[in-house]
Structures are given as C-alpha cells and as structure tokens.
Design a protein around this ligand. Structure first.
Ligand SMILES: [Zn+2]
Length: 283
C-alpha cells in the first residue's frame, strides 16, 4: 500500500472511538426527542434499509443512545433500536445547510434539529432490531467483550488466547476475542505494551498481557477524550460527527523515529493489512 493510500484510510475509517464520539454527539440532539420526520433517499447502503424504518421511527421518542463494538445504537420507545454502522466513510451531519446526494437517511426532531447520515461509499448499514433482543442479533451474538468494560480483563484475555497459534495482532482484531478493536488501536496498544505483533498469541506472557489490557483501554480512552474535545466544534452549523485527528505512536509512521528509542517504526503486512511497530521496543 502506498503511503498516500494508507493516509487516506486513516482519515476514512471510523473505529470504536469515532463511533463512541459520534454517539455522544448525536445524544445531544436526539436523546428524549420525538422524531417528527424520517426519510431515506435510496433503498440501501451495504444492505437494504429496513422497509418499515420510516413508519416505525416517525413519531417515536428516543429513549437513549449507546454503542456496541463499532455500531451506534438509537433506542426508541417502540421496543426497537436503530443500529447504524459507519462503514468506511459514513458520518452524521448535524443541521446540514442543504441535503446532499450522499445524505441517505435524514431525521428531523420535535425541537427542530436535522441530522443526516452521509455515506458516499455506502459500506455502512442501518438496521432495526428489537431492543430486548439486541444481544441475539446475528452481528452481535458472537462478539467478545467490550474493550472498555471490566469483562476485558487480563484473566479473560489469557484464557481467550491460551493455545492460540495465530499472531497476537491478528487475534486482537478477531471480534470474537474483543469487540470493536480495529487496526489503529491494536497497533498502538501492542506498541504501548511492548509486545511484538508477530508473537504467537498463546506464547504472550502473563506479565505482557497484564500490560496489554490496560494499554488497550488507555489508547481507546485517550482517542475518545480527543474526540470529545473536538466535539465542541460540532456546535457550528453543518458540523460533522465521527472524525478527528489524532497523534499516533506507530500507526502510519513507517521509517519515522520511534518515540521511545533510537530505532525506527517498521511496517509489515499481517493478514493482508499493515502493522506498524518498533522491533527494538516490542519483543
Ligand atoms: Zn522503539
């Protein structure tokens, strides 16, 4: 992959912190609001919009918002939850000046807010799921624990990785092991925990796993905090939720100096995707 392409993906792909930031931003406009108008401007994104979407949501009141892995959740008082995924390029536009050709779903609220789900590449998705059956919804049923919850503990991760021959980096990207971790934060967490991404997962020491679990939580929390500070900018009209710039230690920094030692950041390909790491710091 060229450096330009890697940079483009970094800017384009929302990961868990971007989804969390998006959900927190949406909550300001939607929580407790009655939805007065819900319109789709095409039949599908990655898959069709639920045909009953507008009928079920129009007139419903939002009872809360949440996130599971990289999915955003908008709960309404009709026992249903709108589940959205931002895919590669999706974002919610707040109070857009005009509805554009990529604004595929538009929601208006009783307070006069307008929110548009814009997704030029249409890798995202929108589904309606019965709220009390969310855990059993197929994309959620096999997910591992949320990384920021207490369920992701060193004891859990040691058990999940025991005897596994695959590289630790690939195991952390497996959504059945931990939900919602993507390439950026796996690279950053392994660097912070000083673990070689190529190491066989089952051979990672207990001491290293005890560093890795808090490193995963810390890199995610820091990104969410960075998004929160960026979020203040979204008060302006035509704001967009879901993207913000971050400074990474290794991600997309091939041949640049390691921030901890005199070495340089290397890039390798694992499972078809780039991994950035410092071979001197990560063993
Ligand atoms: Zn280093």
């Amino acid at each position: 992959m060229t450096r330009q392409a890697a940079t483009a993906i970094r800017k384009a792909m929302p990961e868990l912190p971007e989804v969390e930031t998006t959900v927190r931003g949406l909550a300001r406009y939607l929580d407790g609001e009655r939805l007065t108008r819900v319109v789709t401007h095409r039949a599908d994104l990655r898959r069709p919009f639920p045909p009953e979407l507008a009928q079920i949501l129009t007139g419903a009141t939002v009872t809360g918002l949440g996130r599971r892995a990289k999915y955003g959740l908008i709960h309404v008082d009709r026992g249903q939850t709108l589940v959205f995924h931002l895919g590669m390029s999706g974002r919610w536009r707040i109070e857009p000046d005009a509805i554009g050709k990529h604004d595929h779903l538009v929601i208006e609220t009783g307070s006069g807010h307008c929110l548009a789900l814009c997704d030029p590449r249409r890798f995202g998705s929108v589904d309606l799921v019965e709220t009390d059956r969310l855990d059993a919804w197929p994309p959620f049923a096999a997910l591992g624990p949320e990384p920021l919850s207490d369920a992701l503990s060193p004891a859990y991760l040691s058990g999940a990785l025991k005897g596994r021959k695959a590289a630790i980096k690939l195991m952390l990207l497996d959504q059945r092991i931990v939900a919602g971790l993507g390439n950026i934060y796996v690279c950053e967490a392994l660097y912070r925990a000083r673990i070689d991404p190529r190491r066989e997962a089952g051979s990672v020491s207990r001491a290293a796993i005890a560093r890795l679990v808090p490193a995963i939580k810390a890199v995610l929390r820091e990104a969410i905090d960075a998004g929160g500070s960026t979020l203040r900018d979204y008060a302006r009209p035509d704001g967009e939720l879901g993207y913000f710039s971050k400074q990474f230690d290794v991600y997309d920094r091939e041949d640049e100096p390691c921030r901890s030692c005199k070495g340089t950041v290397h890039r390798i390909v694992q499972g078809g995707r780039s991994t950035w790491f410092c071979p001197s710091c990560q063993k």
